[in-house]
Design a protein around this ligand. Sequence first.
Ligand SMILES: Cc1cc2nc3c(=O)[nH]c(=O)nc-3n(C[C@H](O)[C@H](O)[C@H](O)COP(=O)(O)OP(=O)(O)OC[C@H]3O[C@@H](n4cnc5c(N)ncnc54)[C@H](O)[C@@H]3O)c2cc1C
Length: 429
Amino acid sequence: MDDETNHPLEPDAVDAVDVAIVGAGGAGLSLVLALERAAGRAGRSSPSVVVIDPVHRREPDRTWCWWTPTRPEPWFEPLLTAQWPALTVVDRAGTARRLDLGSYRYVMLRSGDLYAAADAALSRLAGTRKAAAVDTVTDDGDRAVVGLDDGRRIRARWVFDSRPAAPRRPGSVLLLQHFRGWTVRFDDPVLDPATATLMDFDIAQPARGVAFAYCLPIDRRRALVEYTEFSRERLPPDAYDLALRAYLRRRWDVAPGAGARIEAVEDGVIPMTDAPFARRVGRRIFRIGTAGGATRPSTGYTFAAIQRQAESVAADLIDGRVPLPPRAYPRRHLWLDAVLLRALDRGYLSGPDMFGGLFAANPPEPVVRFLDGESSLFEELALMRSSPTGPMLRATVADAVARVGRRCPRPPASLRSVVAHHWRLDRPS
Ligand SMILES: Cc1cc2nc3c(=O)[nH]c(=O)nc-3n(C[C@H](O)[C@H](O)[C@H](O)COP(=O)(O)OP(=O)(O)OC[C@H]3O[C@@H](n4cnc5c(N)ncnc54)[C@H](O)[C@@H]3O)c2cc1C
């Protein structure tokens, strides 16, 4: 909890707000920043805004990385902590493959910098910040009504809600991307700041799912080093530390206190599921961010989709259109992701082969566009051709059976069991 507001307004003034943003995390604050940019571009004033969150985040509690074209993007350029024109992917056997990203780069933004930029933007927009938890959001015809836990109510023309939310219906696969990252300061200049290690699969693998380490150098001595697992359950906290210690020892022959120092720790759990998320839950109520389906099911990447949605919503608000956030990913990407997730979860395919193979068999740019949700159909067909046919076909059939099962749960049970037996599938869900 923190201070009540940046710009205290009387409840009556807040009552007349145009835009209520529920949740001041990545999505809510990206929308504040996008609104300011859109208003500036159009030469118009921004709608009135209130941001509501019980927590006023200022510290860098997470690091956002994503791919972006190399042309300068002025708004986040000054906020970036680091950027890399090339990445390395290391396979199970320890062979490193360097990938020149061509017209793309991989960039890092620390959340504290986004929080500070959004606070400043909200202040310039004369927006309000409420330190309260939102209990309810309802439509009452002309307005949406946001109910706070202290009993206050805020009426808004449009509400953008990024509180954690359940999907519209359960999916048939739910994996967790769970990780711990250490910001490590090495005693010696052991790092190459021009190349990030995106995935190093040359580490102990879980029985189901996949694990990898990554290393994002900020300068020659400092890097974010992470242990990440895609699997059904989180590990005990010590297990992440053990994995990170093992990685530091193997890769640089250092340990915390012996050649390296841990400056910061970041933990995270990101759901990876084929379950669908709603973008509109009322006439005037929209979901944004992870709650609105911005998390890419097969990778957990979210930030780039948050930006695309924020740009679109902000432009709609300034131009007076209905500000429906666009789909975060095309349907065919979500279908491909459902197949990939199933193949990984059910063990049809090894994770290192799946992700490592994607980079090994294809030029980096289409892979990056695919992971970012921006590839063309033609590029996806080429990527699919390079993936192992048997396991992917098996996962595709299992996915199709699950979809049929969801649509008509009772009749084709015998058909489903024949198909499942033939393809040696898990029980259709
Ligand atoms: C540690 C970590 C690292 C990540 N790194 C990356 C990355 O490198 N690249 C990438 O693409 N994605 C990454 N992600 C995934 C994703 O980008 C982030 O989770 C991102 O913060 C999602 O933004 P969001 O606004 O949807 O959720 P959040 O940022 O979690 O914001 C939700 C907000 O809602 C607030 N809230 C909750 N309940 C209430 C309530 N009742 N009333 C009002 N407010 C409420 C919370 O306090 C919070 O501020 C990462 C996630 C984590 C956890």
